[in-house]
Ligand binder design. Sequence first.
Ligand SMILES: [Zn+2]
Length: 423
Amino acid sequence: MKSVQSHPSAALLGVANKPPLTWALPRPRRPIALNVATLLDGKGGTLRDTVVVVSGDKIERIGGPVPQGAQVYDLGGMTVAPGLIDTHVHVTYHFSHDRFIDNRLVGQDEPVPDSVLFSVENGVRILEAGFTTVQSLGPGTPWDLPLREAWARNLVPGPRLLTSLQWFRYDQPGQTVQPEAELRAMVRDLKARGADAIKIFASTSVREGSRPTLTQAQLDVICGECNSQGLRSVVHAYTSAVKMAVQAGCTAIEHGTGGMTDEALALMAAKGTFFDPTVGVVTENYVANKDKYLGVGNYTAEAFAMMEKLIANPKPPEEFIRSLKVPGLKIVYGSDATAGAHGHNAEGLLYRIKFGGQDPMRALVSATSLAAESLNLGSEIGSIAPGMTADIVAMRGDYLADATALREMAFVMKGGRVVKYQP
Ligand SMILES: [Zn+2]
C-alpha cells in the first residue's frame, strides 16, 4: 500500500495530512489613534492637542497624522495620563456574606473557588478605576500566580500584577525568626517560585503597638539576600524599624509611621530608598466597612476606637508633609487597599493632594513613572512616550485643576487593548 506523500514544508511544520484550516488566522490589530486635548506624560510634562498612536501593545508615536485605517478614540475634555500604578495592595482580600475574609485562612471561611472569583472581581474594579498595574504584598494565596498569568494574558480584565507571594512576618506570639542560612534559603525559594518582590514585616501592625520584630542583623540578611538575588525588598516598618530597614539596603519602606525622622528621610533620599506612606485609604476603608471587619482577627473594638479617632481629623501624619520637602526623596504611591477599597485605589492620591498639600503633578508622577521605577519597570510602563507599553488612561475633566477627576475614569487601555471607553 502506497502511503500518502505530504508536501515537505507541511511535514516540517508538523501538519502533514491534516485538513487545511477553514477559519481565518487572527489579523493584526488596527493601529489605534487617541485624539488628546491634555496629556500628562507621567514624568511631569504636559502636552496639548496631539495624537497618540498605539500599535500592538506599544506606543508608536506622539504627534503627526492619524494613520490610515486606525481606530480613533476621542479623548477631548479629558486628562490623559499613563495607566496608574498602586505599589501596595492586597489584591485577594474581599468580603463574603458581608464579612471580611482573612486570606491567611485559605479555604477555611469559604470554598476556594469563591475566593478566586472574588479576587477576579477585585481585578475588574481596579482596572476600571484606571490602575493598570498593582503590586500585591502578601500574605499571598495559591491563586496569586494563576491570577497574574490570567491578567497578563487578558483572559479576564485585570491589572498587571506583581506579587510577593508570601511575607516574612513574626508578630504572632511564640514565633521565632529563622537562623541566617534559612532566611537566605527562604528568599531564594520565593524567587524560584516566581515572587516579584519580598515583603517583610519589620514592625507589628499599628493595631498591635508598632514594635520592631526583626533585629538589624536579621534585616541585613533578608534585604542583603534580596539584593544579591536581584529581588526587591518591600518593608512594612514603623518607628525605629524604618532606619534599620534603610540601613539594611531594603528597596522600599511602607507606612513609615513614627519613624520618619529628618535623619531617616535624608538617609532614604541619599540611598534612593522608596517611601510609600499609604495614607488616606486603608484606615478610612476599615472604618467605612467597620461592620464587616469588626471581630475578625485583630480588628477589635479598641482598634476601631483608635482608627476612628485617627481619621476624625483628616490630615496625613506630620512626617508625610515633612517628607514632601526632602530633596530627592522618592515618594511613591501605594494605597494598601484591602477588602472594600479595590477600585477606590486613587483615593489616597486625592487625600495627599487635598489634606497633605501635595502638588497634583507630583502626586501623579508618584503613581506613574516613579512607581514604575520602584518596581524596576521604569523602562516599560509609567510614562507616555514612544516605545513604552501602551498603558493609558483618561479621566473626565481637568485633573490639574481638580484632582477629583481621578474618580471619573472614562478610558482605560492596558497593553494596547481598550478595556473601558465611556466618554
Ligand atoms: Zn499592606
